[in-house]
Design a protein around this ligand. Structure first.
Ligand SMILES: Nc1ncnc2c1ncn2[C@@H]1O[C@H](COP(=O)(O)OP(=O)(O)OP(=O)(O)O)[C@@H](O)[C@H]1O
Length: 291
């Protein structure tokens, strides 16, 4: 089996004269959690929907689990799970029956009761979807996305409406799936979520990739200058430096031990992200800390 889950070269998609996707190249490795970040209208959903086989591309090549999503058949689709940005339209069946019903579409599905419990809906197993709260309804969508034991799972803003505890539970579920070998493509506006889950992050703006890399090193973050702060005689001092360890050592010598109110700050993922998309205008809804 190939190590590559997704291979995209020169991907383009136009709506009228506007390029929603303007030439994207990327590779997603099997077992990886790969996250798309970008402002509203950046082209993330369009890209993902092309990879899911729900939208036609205008140009470029795409291979997903070894097949062209534009032409792949039912066998291929059964290997893929999708949690849409919008609520999945479902029949009016109790949660438990609904998940069991969806499980029936897949050759090697998970036990449906286990999935209901894993997404935190055991208490609601007999409830109708229409009676669930927004966050509970989202959890049902996640259950329907994973019950088929997909090799590749697409999650489009999966935790919108989750309370902080539910979000943390969801993160641990995603980690478990990834540890079990599921490849995960996550689109999110929550930077904390990308930082927590993603092996690599791809920042898209205006249909192009602005940066691609591990959250810790994205956009040169790891080697960016640090701000060392301390207090002397009641006044706050700061030094911006590429060598924070040396500055801290010098301060320790100067103060003969503890440096008063010492802090060392490197750019957060949110600061790095905002810098990367600074010239791209438009609205942006990325959220740094929500949980
Ligand atoms: N069916 C469509 N017809 C015309 N234009 C479209 C269509 N779908 C998307 N677009 C346009 O393509 C661009 C990219 O949209 P897309 O939905 O891919 O963005 P996104 O990055 O997923 O945004 P968001 O974070 O808001 O979900 C936008 O300018 C959007 O208006």
């Amino acid at each position: 089996m190939s190590d590559t889950a997704i291979e995209v070269r020169g991907l383009t998609k136009r709506y009228g004269d506007d390029h929603a996707v303007a030439g994207i190249d990327l590779t997603v490795h099997r077992g990886e959690v790969f996250s798309f970040l970008g402002p509203n209208g950046a082209g993330k959903s369009t890209t993902v929907e092309i990879l899911e086989g729900f939208r036609h591309r205008d140009g470029g090549t795409a291979l997903v689990l070894g097949e062209d999503p534009g032409t792949a058949g039912r066998g291929w689709r059964a290997r893929i799970g999708v949690v849409w940005q919008q609520e999945t339209q479902v029949p009016a069946l109790p949660v438990r029956d609904l998940v069991r019903h969806f499980a029936g579409y897949y050759p090697e599905s998970h036990d449906s009761d286990e999935v209901v419990a894993r997404v935190g809906l055991a208490d609601k197993a007999r409830a109708l979807p229409s009676s669930l709260s927004g966050g509970q309804r989202r959890r049902l969508d996640v259950a329907l996305g994973i019950v088929g034991r997909p090799e590749l799972l697409f999650l489009d803003e999966p935790t919108t409406g989750f309370d902080p505890r539910a979000r943390r539970d969801f993160w641990s579920l995603i980690r478990e799936l990834a540890d079990g070998g599921t490849t995960i493509v996550l689109t999110t506006h929550y930077l904390e979520e990308a930082e927590e889950l993603a092996d690599r992050v791809c920042v898209i703006a205006r249909g192009r990739i602005r940066a691609l890399g591990a959250p810790a090193t994205l956009g040169g973050r790891a080697s960016a200058e640090a701000t060392v702060g301390w207090t002397v005689e009641g006044r706050r001092r700061e030094a911006v430096t590429g060598a924070p360890t040396r500055v801290v050592a010098e301060l320790a010598t100067l103060f003969g031990g503890e440096v008063p109110e010492l802090s060392v700050h490197r750019p957060t993922l949110e600061e790095t992200y905002l810098e990367l998309i600074r010239d791209d205008g438009g609205e942006d809804t990325a959220e740094g800390s929500t949980a």
